[in-house]
Design a protein around this ligand. Sequence first.
Ligand code: FA5
Ligand code: MG
Length: 343
Amino acid sequence: MADLEKMLQDASSEIQACNTQNELNEKKAFYLGKKSPLNEIMKQMATLSIEGKKELGQKVNAFKTKIEELVVVRRKELEQIAINEKLMSETIDVTMPGKVLNTGSIHPLNKVIDELNTIFIGMGYNVAEGPEVEIDKYNFEMLNVPVGHPARDMQDSFYITEETLLRTQTSSVQVRTLLEAKGKPIKIVCPGRVYRRDDDDATHSHQFMQIEGLVVDENITLSDLKGTLQKVMEKMFGSDRKIRFRPSFFPFTEPSVEVDVSCFKCGGKGCPICKKSGWIEILGAGMVHPNVLEMAGYDSTKMRGFAFGIGVERVTMLRYGIDDIRNFYIDDVRFLNQFKKGE
Ligand code: FA5
Ligand code: MG
């Protein structure tokens, strides 16, 4: 009998120590199967009295029942442990950092266009658009640059047919806007791509961007132009950067100016980027030529206007200290990634 009690104790701790359903099945088979150590005890049966047999029989049955119970309890425990483990492993922790996707970033030129648009919208301008494939009439003729005019040479161009070309300047949008407004006041900016047969170098590209501006109303003067550009450049570069207005010539403005900003690289001393001048030209501007107004149906004795064409690449170079315009167009992600910050 003592054997049976000892066996029950051993069985109980062995069942409790089972960590898988398989181990548990084996343990159950060991104690209740044909080769169970119980068989040794049962062998005593023959030597016992009837009373003794009855007593041993009951003890053995009780042992079996107890083993069954212990197995059931442990089986349930193991099932619960498995469920808990599964729940733990499948828990979604919403505070875990997500997978970082390798996203692109806004191109620096678009950043500067967005910024300039915002500045101009804040000053009451509308943003206009125009086509990149333009007719000669709008790109040149109605800007007071007739066929054979020497100013065409400076923008020696990509022609598609005799009458159509890739626009060389966003100034073509001036003509389109004037024709559409039919004598009414105008206040627009127009960003876009332009194309010229220019030799590429650190500050020149054969394809680049401009932002055109056109303001037409009664009583518009050169000082309005100067004040406007001064304000915009201050917002763009801060008030420490030096800006200069320099007399220039465009057939579609009179008088005409060009605006330079002091070189970001040498601070004005002269270096290869600014071609030793200390200045980088960023835009052309002037008072709209009366011929341009008249050709578009405006009465130039009543309405006057100013216009400007800003070089977006130049502004971006000055803004971010970029020393070669070609960086914008070679699609090197190491260059582009630097502009991800702050997006
Ligand atoms: C013009 O294109 C005139 N349409 C500007 C204008 C508009 C004058 C309205 C008067 C009234 P210009 O060729 O200078 O002007 O070009 C204007 C600006 O574009 C330049 O100041 C420069 O910043 C930029 N630019 C010109 N050529 C290139 C080039 N090849 N690569 C990059 N930027 C250029
Ligand atoms: Mg110029």
